[in-house]
Design a protein around this ligand. Structure first.
Ligand SMILES: [Zn+2]
Length: 167
């Protein structure tokens, strides 16, 4: 499975394929800008057809062989990513910032905490000193529960104080 970059929506009219012509289509764009969409200019089977690509300059899908392209982009990669970003921001804006317990190491009795949403860089600078970045390798000899990777702190009260979180 190649890396996911986004989803684009488009309409192609300049095609003979009745399944595609004039219809709203959606396809995944991968990190290498290839898409799950094929042009039949070189053949009709998956082996012979040409895999189309997403042109990031023109923000359209294209066949690198015959230059066939979308007649209308209903949502470009940039628009998709902006929409997803805004949706995430809206979701996060509804959550009140807090420090929540995400892990407990029963062998050491240590509790680990994390922030429940992203904070901006100015706030992060105030609390970064209390956080450590954990990876799976940090948990070799114990069986932590919950969050296993990412920024965590063992000093929730200091973090709350620095960020002005009151409950
Ligand atoms: Zn083509």
């Amino acid at each position: 499975m190649k890396n996911f970059k986004g989803i684009v929506k488009f309409i192609i009219n300049n095609t003979k394929n009745p399944k595609v012509k004039g219809k709203t289509m959606e396809t995944t764009v991968f990190k290498d800008n290839t898409i799950n969409f094929y042009c039949s200019c070189t053949g009709n089977t998956k082996e012979t057809a040409t895999q189309m690509v997403y042109d990031t300059n023109e923000e359209t899908i294209k066949c690198p062989h015959c230059n066939k392209h979308a007649d209308q982009m209903l949502e470009t990669l940039t628009q998709y990513n902006e929409r997803k970003d805004n949706e995430r921001k809206e979701r996060e804006a509804k959550i009140k910032l807090n420090v929540v317990e995400v892990n407990y190491d029963w062998e050491t009795g240590i509790h680990y905490y994390a922030l429940n949403k992203r904070i901006d860089y100015d706030d992060w600078k105030k609390v970064k000193q209390y956080f450590q970045y954990y990876t799976f390798g940090d948990w070799v000899d114990c069986e932590p529960t919950g969050q296993k990777t990412g920024w965590m702190t063992r000093q929730p009260n200091e973090v709350k104080k620095a960020l002005g979180i009151t409950e």
